[in-house]
Ligand binder design. Structure first.
Ligand code: FAD
Length: 276
């Protein structure tokens, strides 16, 4: 390298953590997903998050935590993002196009990993909004279905359109011939999808906490009430959501675990703040 040649200011700070955007899809005015190249050295456990971002006008990186939405076997990385109108990162990130570069710090961490839970029969994924991202990873990881007989994805958003990313993902998985081959013809029954809206009218409505506490979801799905012998759960939403769900899970006799001490459920914030 010629030490006299300086990098142009716009990309100098990005390297060596730059990754290239390969695809972008906008789901609503407030939600989009995108895929980027994966650093060859990046290993992660499905469900973990990394710091990603862009260079700010002052040349300093604007970095935020993002759950990796793709499974650990995928050769690219996928993310599912909110668009906060005046958000320092997402007001700009929402305009990325294939070929653009983003910053990705390759140090994955997080509590929503299979190793933080005890073995069980059913695994419940409980998410609001972009909190579905870590479960988009875990649902696509065959190990999830090796460890649990049934996986129930409960996702709640205000409107039906906000559910589309998760809905399409689940539909594609349930009709994936390879997964049926690996997991048997009954794979459709092993991945259960329970989407609800809180504002717009839809077939199923209501908050996840209410549908759990009232027993409605168990009745709708023909499952026994949650119990510590059979059920495990992972929770990802706003702080208020996480606090409320935790109380409901504890009322069923489940205990919070961690990487260092696996138990019946684990919790992670989908973002810091009150939500938009
Ligand atoms: P910020 O200044 O970061 O946020 C502005 C305000 O917008 C916040 O105070 C909050 O009230 C609200 N907000 C931020 N993010 C969200 C959100 N996702 N849903 C609803 N309201 C929000 N965001 C994602 O979009 N996808 C992810 O996969 C994701 N994973 C995360 C994992 C962890 C562990 C944490 C802590 C956060 C995660 N976030 C995720 C939030 C993310 O880090 C940023 O907050 C978000 O990208 C907005 O950045 P910003 O700079 O535009 O606005």
């Amino acid at each position: 390298d010629d030490p006299h040649v300086t990098q142009p200011k716009s990309t100098a700070g990005l390297l060596p953590d730059a990754q290239t955007v390969t695809a972008v899809r906008h789901w609503t005015d407030g939600l989009f997903s995108f895929r980027v190249t994966r650093p060859a050295s990046l290993r992660f456990r499905s469900g973990e998050f990394v710091m990603i971002g862009l260079l700010g006008d002052n040349g300093k990186p604007i970095l935020r935590a993002y759950s990796i939405a793709s499974p650990n076997w995928d050769e690219e990385l996928e993310f599912y993002s909110i668009k906060v109108p005046d958000g320092p990162l997402t007001s700009r990130l929402q305009h990325i196009k294939p070929g653009d570069q983003i910053i990705l710090r390759p140090k994955p961490v997080g509590t929503l990993v299979l190793d933080a839970l005890l073995p069980g029969k059913r695994l419940w994924f409980l998410a609001t909004g972009t909190g579905i991202a870590p479960f988009a990873s875990l649902m696509r990881d065959p190990e999830t279905f090796e460890r649990y007989e049934q996986v129930i994805m409960m996702h709640t958003c205000r409107t039906r359109a906000e559910l589309d990313y998760g809905r399409e993902l689940v539909e594609n998985l349930r009709h994936d011939p390879l997964l049926s081959e690996i997991h048997g013809d009954d794979f459709t029954d092993r991945l259960i999808y329970y989407p609800t809206t809180t504002r717009e009218e839809s077939p199923f409505m209501g908050r996840i906490t209410d549908n759990l506490a009232s027993g409605k979801v168990f009745a709708d799905l023909g499952l026994p009430a949650m119990n510590p012998a059979e059920d495990r759960a992972m929770v990802c939403g706003s702080l208020a959501f996480n606090v409320d769900v935790k109380a409901v899970l504890e009322s069923f006799g489940l205990h919070e675990g961690a990487n260092s001490e696996p138990r019946e459920f684990v919790v992670e914030k989908a973002f810091v703040g009150e939500g938009v």
